[in-house]
Design a protein around this ligand. Structure first.
Ligand code: SAM
Length: 408
């Protein structure tokens, strides 16, 4: 008997599916895996195709049960050290009973966890009840990737879960008070997310290691052939012996400035890492070349006339009024015609933003009552601070742009 689904307007249609299939074919033929634009373009089209094939209830099941339960299970597997155990003895596939023995867990429980991880392609089920790591589960053994899971599963998911009720309680206003966001509701605290991360054992380390891993694994402005560092920052660097090349303002534990130093090790000029005193105190083994300095960016910038002040994932943590405060505290340090502010944040496209940008915007809303900004919004904010944008460098969809700013 023929299904009636193909006439239901809520069901997938050939008109929607076939053009996407065609595009997948065309983009697949020219796929260049060494080019992340080509790879991501095909990935977005295959995702659109897969979604176009889904019925509404299949989409709901995927989002509400399948994906929602995945992160807690990955976190549990990490707590059990499961992915490392799966690699033992030459990484040969292992039964769930064997893995339960190796992780000191209940075989029925572990078997159920592994089944879902396999159903979501996180691990491979190579035979009935027999499992092996995939490229993805294998990545959980690398700190650049694994550090994301505990941070996202503890700090973030409680804030996301609290968001719907928070929005009811705040009558669907766009909240801009960092002391009153879904974060406080989800964590039952009156502290800001930054205060909470400083005073809750283990949280500061989770935040900083997660940020380091996230940053290292994406295309960045300082990568080769992206922002012209030598031409725009170095050629005109002051010849004074104490000239400062880059101040990393709110630089966390220094992963960016360390990588900048590695990439441009031949360049002279001081490199300075600034952050809150507790973060700076936690930083160990920086290369000698990088100076540490506790600094609250809501107070006047003490390093005057540096060639560049770099703010990565700083302004997106704060509502406009606080961003203006940060910029006003930085502005007196700028030397006209010489110093630059480099803001490294997402610039939300006017249309069809990538989900990593829009999802990050909701993350900022939930944690800090802050936001990702469109180009128009950035221009208005920078102008209000009495500064001017000289260029916006965008490298890859769904990642941060570099906004180059000077004194007008
Ligand atoms: C989202 S993290 C970004 C860290 C780093 N720039 C990066 O991209 O990985 C925000 C940083 O701002 C720092 N921060 C928050 N409030 C600050 C303040 N008032 N003064 C200086 N740093 C602050 C935090 O400690 C944290 O390291």
């Amino acid at each position: 008997m023929e299904s009636t689904h193909n006439v239901d307007p809520l069901y997938p249609s050939r008109e929607e599916v076939l053009p996407l299939l065609e595009q997948v074919h065309i983009k697949g033929l020219s796929l260049d895996l060494s080019n992340s634009k080509s790879r991501k373009d095909l990935m977005e089209t295959t995702r659109a195709l897969s979604l176009a094939l889904e019925t509404p209830m299949e989409a709901i099941v995927r989002m509400a049960w399948a994906e929602k339960s995945l992160m807690p299970l990955v976190y549990t597997a990490m707590n059990l050290n499961l992915f490392a155990k799966m690699n033992e003895n030459g990484a040969s596939p292992k039964s769930y009973e064997k893995l339960a023995e190796m992780t000191d867990s209940d075989p029925i429980l572990l078997g159920r966890i592994l089944k879902h991880l396999a159903a979501m392609s996180f691990v491979n089920e190579t035979g009935p009840g027999v499992f092996a790591n995939t490229r993805l589960s294998q990545s959980m053994l690398h700190p650049d990737y694994s550090s994301a899971i505990p941070f996202l599963e503890t700090t973030l998911s409680k804030s996301f879960n609290a968001l719907p009720k928070f929005l009811v309680d705040t009558k669907y206003r766009n909240c801009t008070d960092p002391m009153k966001s879904a974060f406080q509701a989800g964590h039952n605290t009156s502290l800001s997310a930054f205060e909470w991360s400083s005073t809750t054992p283990g949280q500061l380390e989770l935040l900083t290691t997660y940020m380091a891993g996230y940053n290292r694994t994406l295309t960045r402005w300082m990568d080769k052939d992206c922002y012209p560092v030598e031409q725009n920052l170095y050629i005109d660097l002051s010849k004074e012996p104490d000239a400062v090349l880059l101040v990393d303002v709110g630089g966390g534990t220094g992963h960016d400035i360390v990588d900048f130093h590695k990439q441009y090790s031949g360049l002279s000029g001081r490199l300075i890492l600034q952050d809150r005193p507790d973060v700076i105190a936690s930083v160990t083994n920086l290369p000698n070349k990088i100076e540490k300095m506790p600094h609250d960016f809501f107070t006047e910038q003490p390093i005057k006339g540096a060639r560049a002040y770099y703010l990565h994932f700083i302004l997106h943590d704060w509502p406009d009024s606080a961003c203006l405060d940060i910029l006003q505290n930085l502005k007196p340090a700028l030397k006209k015609g010489y110093s630059k502010i480099l803001i490294n944040d997402h610039v939300v496209p006017a249309q069809n933003a990538h989900y990593s940008t829009t999802g990050l915007d909701i993350m900022m809303m939930s944690l800090f009552a802050s936001m990702e900004r469109t180009e128009e919004h950035w221009r208005g904010l920078i102008e209000k601070a009495g500064l001017k944008i000289v260029a916006i460098w965008t490298y890859e969809r769904g990642t941060e742009s570099l906004i180059e700013i000077e004194v007008p």
